[in-house]
Write a protein that binds this ligand. Sequence first.
Ligand SMILES: Nc1ncnc2c1ncn2[C@@H]1O[C@H](COP(=O)(O)OP(=O)(O)O)[C@@H](O)[C@H]1O
Ligand SMILES: [Mg+2]
Length: 354
Amino acid sequence: MKIILLYGGQSAEHDVSILSAFSVLSAVYYNYYQVQLVYITKDGQWVKGPLLNEKPASEEVLHLHWGSAGDTDKLIQPCQIKEEDAIVLPILHGPNGEDGTIQGFLETIDMPYIGAGVMTSAGCMDKIMTKYILYAVDIPQVPYVPVLKSQWKENPKKIFEQCEGTLLYPMFVKPANMGSSVGITKAHDREELQQALVEAYRYDSRVVIEQSIEAREIEVAILGNEDVRTTLPGEIVKDVAFYDYNSKYIDNNIKMQIPAQIPEEAQAKAREYAKIAYTTLGGSGLARCDFFLTNKNELFLNEVNTMPGFTQFSMYPSLWEKTGLPYGDLIEELIQLGLNQYNQKKKFRIDVGE
Ligand SMILES: Nc1ncnc2c1ncn2[C@@H]1O[C@H](COP(=O)(O)OP(=O)(O)O)[C@@H](O)[C@H]1O
Ligand SMILES: [Mg+2]
């Protein structure tokens, strides 16, 4: 069988995607699979790379370029990835990859793929939508105020009053559809709130303003379609107050503690909430559910990532490794879950048609 590995992509997490792709390439069971590389450039071109039958010697194999002399024939239309006996692994993070757009495209060309479907991907990417859905099932979340750009433009004073009436400074201002902390600012007063809103509206017309809380960051890995498994939580231990883009990818001053050294009750609660959130949002394949834990042991769900960082050193695979599922076996499970999901959906379609 062939794994079509889609990586790169038009988001701030382009480079992380390349690292994740290399980890996957290094761990695939090549006695069962071939890997077809398909690179999506930062401006959205699709480039067909080599077909691998064995582990490549270096990450170089992933650095495909289109446009240099002799390379132009590698440029493909997205629908040209369609083939029989293959499954797509869209190892893409953020907008245009993790938000349902790629998933919808793969549904349209009728290809099986790994991970969350259209609705779940889109619902988890949009921070406002996630909050509304999780509110319906009583999952605790930090207090927040959603603000559309049109509302802000119409009456900024009303928005300030609404935020200051509901929340205390400092507040976190976030574009609803982003990732990697892009466009997120911590605002300490009204002036900073105003600047933070302007910044956030550069990335999305939907913005959410949240109460900032002092808390530890706890993450749970989830795997499954109908039968859902969770890991013990891990902790992102940071020596920075705000886990921003630099600290995530550049400064590297983040450590992981697996399992998180937190009370058993908090572990159990985090796993329970993760499972409820995942099933409510219609998860399939995988997700990483992120929480805040205060020093009073209050737990708040922050977000659900449907394509979490997937390098061998990332939290998601590390949590499974610690739970007894090594990286190669994890990929194998994800492939089987993707195929099951595809066959299941196909059955639904046939039932309706008959
Ligand atoms: N309400 C909050 N209180 C305290 N810290 C926060 C809050 N919201 C976000 N943060 C910090 O900002 C980081 C990024 O926010 P997050 O909502 O996870 O966005 P992203 O989707 O970009 O990962 C978090 O990991 C955390 O360090
Ligand atoms: Mg996050």
